[in-house]
Ligand binder design. Structure first.
Ligand code: NAP
Length: 291
């Protein structure tokens, strides 16, 4: 019988630990058990042999996969790399987890949906990605969920942190340089890496976790557009700059993005009692934290 957090106390290995989520997970999961934070130089998750050898050496109780190919537009021309890291590597990690009797936490994206529903997406809604990134992430979900292991696949959205390269840091930088033009007809929910890392920690500490594995939406609550998110950032940091709304057509990109990809995260609350905050509160929390 699994006692509270016992699986994590055997050790936690975080892959992709130097990305924006991986860095926060490394701090937030540390109280749960010994954490090994592995970057790409320590373990290339696209190399099956290296993944297996790494997991065999460390024999963790929990594997957390924060690695991903996240360049949404570049993925349209770099299919092989995107599928290797987002679709195949999660399968390598899941097989390694099975061999080590470890749990696996894996992350996916709102971009598995086409945005046509017009209401918050639930886990059971059919996926229909518009681009290579979303499709590769969908295949990664399937690879993990097909394995007979305790696995949590957490779909999140519009992830950001106070550092690294993301929407928040980009807007802060650009706001210092002059007026902004930001897409106002794509709707979703910004989710901080801290909120997602804390939800991950809560899952791993939950007494029913061993029976609760599966696919969950894990995004903050509420809805806004990229323009709304940018305005909130500009206001919060006190920048005196105009933020003009533009359409998707006025900002062409290689990959198509869903016009509406709000995730309904109520299943996480119903099954495990984990409630994610409104996106505006999470943003305020991130901006309050000083290094
Ligand atoms: N960012 C978003 O808006 C967003 C939205 C929804 C879902 N998600 C999902 O959330 C998760 C975390 O995303 P994130 O924003 O933290 O991504 P990120 O900042 O791009 O970090 C990904 C990390 O994976 C590493 N990586 C790439 N290829 C690797 C390989 N072959 N072996 C080992 N490590 C490798 C990267 O290393 P390098 O820096 O060396 O490439 C990077 O440190 C991902 O599953 C992503 O799909 C993100």
């Amino acid at each position: 019988m699994e006692t509270l957090g016992a699986q994590a106390r055997r050790g936690i290995v975080i892959f992709g630990a130097h990305g924006q989520l991986g860095r926060v997970l490394t701090r937030v999961l540390a109280p749960l058990g010994p954490v090994q934070a592995l970057g790409r130089a320590d373990c290339d998750v696209g190399d099956e042999e290296v993944v297996h050898a790494t997991v065999r050496r460390l024999m963790p109780g929990v594997i957390v996969n924060a690695s991903a190919y996240t360049a949404v537009d570049r993925a349209e021309s770099e299919h092989a790399a995107a599928y290797r890291i987002n679709a195949q590597a999660p399968g390598f990690l899941a097989d390694a987890a099975a061999a080590a009797d470890a749990w696996l936490v894996h992350y996916s994206t709102d971009y598995v949906f086409d945005g046509g529903k017009g209401a918050p997406y639930e886990e059971r809604d059919p996926t229909a990605p518009l681009g290579v990134y979303g499709d590769s992430k969908r295949r990664g979900e399937e690879a993990v969920l097909a394995r007979p292991i305790v696995a949590f696949v957490l779909r999140t959205a519009w992830l950001y942190d106070r550092e690294g390269r993301n929407f928040l840091t980009t807007i802060r930088r650009l706001a210092a340089a002059g007026p902004l033009r930001i897409v106002a007809d794509q709707y979703g929910t910004p989710t901080s890496a801290m909120v997602l890392a804390e939800a991950t920690s809560a899952i791993l500490r939950h007494p029913e976790a061993v029976r609760a594995g599966g696919l969950y939406h894990a995004a903050c609550t509420g809805v806004t557009s990229w323009h709304g998110f940018a305005c909130a950032i500009v206001e919060a940091v006190g920048a005196k700059v105009e933020v003009a709304p533009i359409t998707t057509a006025e900002y062409p990109t290689a990959a198509r993005r869903p016009a509406y990809s709000v995730l309904d995260s109520r299943l996480l609350q119903e099954r495990l009692g984990i409630v994610l905050p409104p996106w505006s509160r999470a943003l305020a929390d991130v901006l309050r934290v000083r290094p």
